[in-house]
Design a protein around this ligand. Structure first.
Ligand code: BES
Ligand code: ZN
Length: 627
């Protein structure tokens, strides 16, 4: 292998990006001038203004024994008139075996490692070069990939693999131009052990192939962070005309029942903001080590099994990932500094879907829980002197984008959009949003371009200033005009707690017909410093330690840890060992540290760590200081 080292210089040139319009795919040319936007992505080595990928043909073998994918990635590329090189992102010592330009050997070099980013792969091209083929092998440590033993799955009979590419991990399994502003179409051919099904963020099979070979097409251009692959012993079950579930056989019935309302969500979403553009919307229930709640891979959301509560109470997550089919997958944040454009809009859209299906009271409970998260996050950042991380528009230069992504993008973003809705009225706001998704479909969006769009199409300069939107977007904390969600239901919950504090027996509290959100608020709202007797009474009366609802369980652990309530210890440590969802791991390990139980935390982590995806171990290693 040729390996010429040179100093990697990250391009800081602003580039004009023309994204293809509807109907245009791989052959878009840069002069089509459909959409021009200036932005600078500091998290990719690629220089898309010089040369960029437009289409990928991916031919891959998935080797479970060696925890490796060996593959050829053949790209169609667009080149500027002066192009002499094209840059790709790589990571985790992916082995580059061969590079061709227009099917002839090409000169290439791999640059030095840059912290957080990986290494650039530089390939020499001519302005006339049309294709680049890269033959490569992934490293067993490839950060996006988690290779699971049969023991780590539900059926316990076959191995499992899944990828997690967002934010900048696609480069660990495909040498690629890994910036959200660069879109391409793809086809893939993937070979896996027979008996397993392979699925991608593409047109997917519904049955297992006899020979373990699968073909995929994605005819709409997507960015690299939406590249996804999973391989496992899963089946498919159709739920509605456009929706279905993939799950291991032992999880299928529960999953299909939990998500029976998926088609209704899709219909509600289309009614709000326009036609669903990706033909089908399926979801796969992954093993519990999946580090997120959900990931909006186009056509196939990846989801954690921790949302299987048995009572459909955690399906807002489905609404969320579905909403990304518009906010994120159609209109995409140009850089990770603009992440709130993906997540804030999605949380807003998610709550509107939930409101259409279950009513305003229900959606308001979700908003209130989000408001609690937001306040905690803002306070946390301000205390740590990290006010910069409370801005909607982030500055993630020289950082791992994963470190700067917090509830701010989700919830401060949500509340700003809710403020806009309040300011102009729902009718006008909905028309604006629908048009925003339509006009910008398959394009990228920067914060600055959104601000322009907002001023031009909805508010005007004066109203923009009146609403203090610069403070919202470019300033710290929560501006004083933040709408406050009000939920009668939660006021009643709070009253029950104060009644209990004032002597009413737990069995006398009015908790009939409470939804899991009310219970979650109840647990979160419990006072600090409960005695062992009080904890025991709560647990005996309401069965929190036995809760099948992961949100309630995780909130309960905050109290069991702080109050030294040992009867929950085994359940807590089992939870930490089996579940790899970072949203639950971080607060639980933090609570252990805060309670002076570092030894217990480390003892559990030593057992749990091999079960976690790299996204989770990276955060927990740092938190627990075991790097
Ligand atoms: N796209 C995110 C997950 C993500 C964000 C992965 C940043 C990597 C980097 C996904 O849509 C998401 O927000 N998931 C949430 C669920 C949601 C209901 C808030 C999660 O995983 O908890
Ligand atoms: Zn999201």
């Amino acid at each position: 292998m040729k390996r010429i080292f040179y100093l990697a210089v990250i391009s800081s040139i602003m580039w004009n990006c023309q994204s293809p319009g509807e109907g245009e795919t791989s052959t878009q040319n840069a002069d089509s001038n459909l959409f021009i936007m200036k932005f600078n992505d500091v998290h990719t080595f690629s220089q898309p203004e010089v040369a960029r990928i437009t289409h990928l043909e991916w031919d891959a073998n998935v080797d479970f024994e060696n925890k490796m994918i060996d593959a050829v990635a053949k790209y169609n590329i667009w080149t500027s008139d002066e192009a002499s090189e094209i840059f790709f992102d790589t990571k985790n010592d992916m082995e580059i075996l061969d590079v061709l330009a227009d099917d002839a050997p090409a000169k290439f070099s791999i640059g030095d490692e840059v912290e957080h980013l990986g290494r650039p792969l530089r390939v020499e091209v001519l302005p006339s070069t049309k294709t680049i083929s890269i033959t490569y092998k992934t490293n067993p440590k490839a950060a996006a990939l988690q290779w699971l033993s049969p023991q780590q799955t539900a059926n316990k009979t076959a191995p499992f693999l899944f990828t997690q590419s967002q934010a900048i991990l696609c480069r660990s399994w495909i040498p690629i131009q890994d910036g959200p502003g660069i879109r391409f179409t793809y086809n893939a051919k993937v070979r896996v052990p027979t008996g397993l099904m392979a699925l991608m963020s593409a047109k997917n099979p519904q049955t297992k192939s006899k020979d373990g070979v699968y073909s995929f097409t994605m005819t709409q251009p997507v960015p690299a962070y939406l590249m996804a692959l999973t391989v496992g012993d899963v089946d498919y079950k159709q739920l509605g005309a456009h929706t279905g579930i993939y799950a291991e056989s032992s999880m299928m019935e529960k999953s299909a029942n939990e998500f029976a309302e998926m088609e209704d969500m899709l219909i509600a979403a289309e009614k709000l903001y326009g036609k669903y553009q990706w033909e089908v919307y399926d979801m796969i229930i992954l093993p519990p080590s999946f580090p997120f709640g959900g990931m909006e891979n186009p056509r196939l959301t990846f989801a954690t099994p921790t949302i299987l509560a048995g009572d459909r109470s955690l399906t807002a997550l489905v609404a969320h990932e579905l909403a990304h089919s518009w906010s994120g997958n159609l209109v995409t944040n140009a850089t990770w500094d603009d992440f709130w454009l993906n997540e804030g809009f999605t949380v807003y859209f998610e709550r509107r879907i939930m409101e259409s299906l279950y009513g305003a009271d229900y959606a308001e409970m979700l908003a209130q829980l989000g408001y609690q998260d937001l306040q905690e996050t803002v306070e946390g950042f301000l205390e740590k002197n990290q006010a910069r991380d409370t801005h909607l528009k982030l500055d993630l230069k020289d950082r791992d984008p994963d470190d700067g992504m917090s509830d701010i993008a989700y919830e401060k973003g949500y509340f700003m959009l809710r403020l806009l809705e309040k300011a102009v009225g729902r009718e006008q706001w909905d028309a604006f949003l629908k048009d925003y998704f339509q006009t910008n479909a398959f394009k990228v969006m920067t914060t600055e371009a959104f601000v322009d769009h907002l001023k031009t199409n909805l508010l005007g300069d004066m109203k923009y200033d009146e609403l203090k939107l610069d403070a919202w977007i470019y300033g710290p904390g929560l501006p004083d005009n933040c709408p406050t969600p009000e939920s009668n239901k939660f006021t009643i919950v709070e009253k029950q707690i104060s009644d209990w504090q004032n002597g009413t027996a737990l069995t006398e509290l009015e908790t009939n017909n409470w939804s899991s959100h009310e219970w979650l608020h109840f647990v979160r709202y419990l006072p600090v410093g409960l005695t062992y007797i009080q904890m025991k009474q709560l647990d005996e009366t309401f069965g929190f330690t036995k809760s099948g609802n992961s949100e309630i369980l995780a909130a309960w652990f905050q109290h069991t840890i702080a109050n030294n309530y040992k009867p929950a210890d085994q359940v807590m440590s089992d939870f930490l060992v089996n579940v790899g969802r970072r949203k639950f791991l971080t607060p639980t390990y933090k609570a252990l540290l805060a309670a002076g139980k570092k030894d217990q935390a480390i003892a559990i982590y030593n057992i749990a760590r091999p079960n976690y995806h790299s996204v989770a171990t990276q955060t927990m290693d740092e938190l627990l200081g075991v790097k």
